[in-house]
Write a protein that binds this ligand. Structure first.
Ligand code: ADP
Ligand code: MG
Length: 351
C-alpha cells in the first residue's frame, strides 16, 4: 500500500465547537437545572421554583424572585463567556458566586430552545426573549412580570439524537432532579424551593424557609430521617496543615437505608468528594455495621485560596489543599461521635 497523504487540518466552525462544548457542560436535564438554580441563587433569590416535563427533555422551567437581568444585557446574555460574576482571572481566587464561566446559558441555547422572561426592580413591565445558538431570535418583547427571572429550556438535546436516546428513561432523571432540589433545600434553609412535574398539583419537593436545618430536613426528607440525626462539628485552625470548619448532621444507629446519602457543600458549593464519602462509609461500617448506609449532611468552609473550583466545567468536583488531612480529621470526628452515641445507647438500654 502506498503511504497515505496526511489528512488536511481544518478549523472547526464556531457553531460546531460550541455545540461540542455545550454537550459537556449540560450532560443531562439535571445538569441544566443545577446551573439554572445556581444562577437564581447568585441573583439573591428567596424563592426558586422548578417545573419539569418528561424528565426535563420536553420542558425545564426555573422561576426565581432575584434581581433580574438588565434590558441592555439581554443581547449578549446567552453568548459564550459572558458573565457578570468575573472580570479577571485573579477574581477566581475569591469567587463567591456559583457561576463564573459564563457558559451555562450559552450551552443551553446550543442544545435546546431557551426563553428568558425577566424584570428588574422599579420597572413597570418585564421582557421576554428566546435564544438559539447563543443569539437572540428577535428583539425582547415587553411582557407582564412580577419579580425576578424565569428561564425555560424546551426540547433539550433536540439536535443530539444519541444523547436523547441514552436519556430515554425519563423517570430516572426526574428522580435525580428531585434529589438535587432536596439537597439545595436543606442547605439554603432561608430560601424556599419547589419542584414539580408539569401539570401536577403536588410538588415533590417543597420547602418554605425553615428556622433550623433539622426542620428543613424534616420537611424535605421526612421525620424518620430527621429524628435519627446527630449534630457534628469540627473546627481547626492550624494554618500549616489544616484550616477549616465543618458543620453537619449525621445519622445514628437507628437509621437504616439501602444506600448512603451524602449531601456535601464546600464553601457554599454543592460538590462531590468521593474520597470523603468513602472515608465516612468505612467508619460507619466499622462502628455501626447495622446502620452502615448513613445519611450525611456536611458543610465545610475553607479559606477560598485552598479550593480550586476550576477543575471541571460542571464545577462538581473541586480539589482541596490538604485534602488528606481534612478527611482524616472529619473521619475521626465522625468516629468518636458514633462511638459516644453508641455508648450512651447501651448505657440507656441497661438502665
Ligand atoms: P455564569 O453564571 O457563569 O455567569 P451563566 O451562563 O450561567 O454564566 O449566566 C450568565 C449571566 O446571566 C450571569 O452572569 C448573570 O448575570 C445572568 N443570569 C443568569 N441567570 C440569571 C437569573 N436567574 N437572574 C439574574 N441574572 C441571571
Ligand atoms: Mg451560571
Amino acid at each position: 500500500v502506498p503511504p497515505q497523504e496526511p489528512p488536511k487540518i481544518l478549523r472547526l466552525d464556531n457553531s460546531v465547537v460550541n455545540r461540542i462544548a455545550a454537550g459537556e457542560v449540560i450532560q443531562r436535564p439535571v445538569s441544566a437545572i443545577k446551573e439554572l438554580v445556581e444562577n437564581s441563587l447568585d441573583a439573591q433569590s428567596t424563592s426558586v421554583n422548578v417545573v419539569v416535563k418528561d424528565g426535563g427533555l420536553k420542558l425545564i422551567q426555573v422561576s426565581d424572585d432575584g434581581h433580574g437581568i438588565r434590558y441592555e444585557d439581554l443581547p449578549i446574555l446567552c453568548e459564550r463567556h459572558t458573565t457578570s460574576k468575573l472580570s479577571k482571572f485573579e477574581d477566581l481566587q475569591s469567587i463567591r458566586s456559583m457561576g463564573f464561566r459564563g457558559e451555562a446559558l450559552a450551552s443551553m441555547t446550543y442544545v435546546g430552545h431557551v426563553t428568558v422572561t425577566t424584570i428588574t426592580k422599579g420597572q413597570l413591565h418585564g421582557y421576554r426573549v428566546s435564544y438559539r445558538d447563543g443569539v437572540m431570535e428577535h428583539e425582547p418583547k415587553p411582557c407582564a412580570a412580577v419579580k425576578g427571572t424565569q428561564i425555560t429550556v424546551e426540547n433539550l438535546f433536540y439536535n443530539m439524537s444519541a444523547r436523547r436516546k441514552t436519556l430515554q428513561n425519563v423517570s430516572d432523571d426526574y428522580t435525580k432532579i428531585v434529589d438535587l432540589l432536596s439537597r439545595f433545600a436543606i442547605h439554603h434553609i432561608n430560601i424556599s424551593f419547589s419542584c414539580r412535574k408539569h401539570g401536577a398539583a403536588r410538588a415533590d419537593v417543597h420547602s418554605v424557609g425553615s428556622t433550623s436545618r433539622l426542620d428543613a430536613i424534616r420537611t424535605v426528607y421526612g421525620a424518620s430521617v430527621a429524628r435519627n440525626l446527630m449534630k457534628i462539628e469540627v473546627s481547626e485552625n492550624d494554618k500549616a496543615c489544616s484550616d477549616f470548619k465543618m458543620d453537619g448532621l449525621i445519622s445514628n444507629s437507628n437509621y437504616t437505608a439501602k444506600k448512603i446519602t451524602m449531601v456535601l457543600f464546600i464553601n457554599e458549593r454543592m460538590v462531590d468528594c468521593s474520597a470523603l464519602k468513602r472515608a465516612i462509609e468505612i467508619v460507619y461500617a466499622a462502628t455501626l455495621p447495622k446502620a452502615s448506609k448513613p445519611f450525611i449532611y456536611m458543610s465545610i468552609i475553607l479559606p477560598p485560596e485552598h479550593v480550586d473550583v476550576n477543575v471541571h466545567p460542571t464545577k462538581k468536583e473541586v480539589s482541596l489543599l490538604n485534602q488528606e488531612v481534612i478527611i482524616e480529621r472529619i473521619q475521626s470526628a465522625v468516629e468518636s461521635k458514633l462511638r459516644s452515641s453508641n455508648d450512651t445507647r447501651t448505657f440507656q438500654e441497661q438502665d
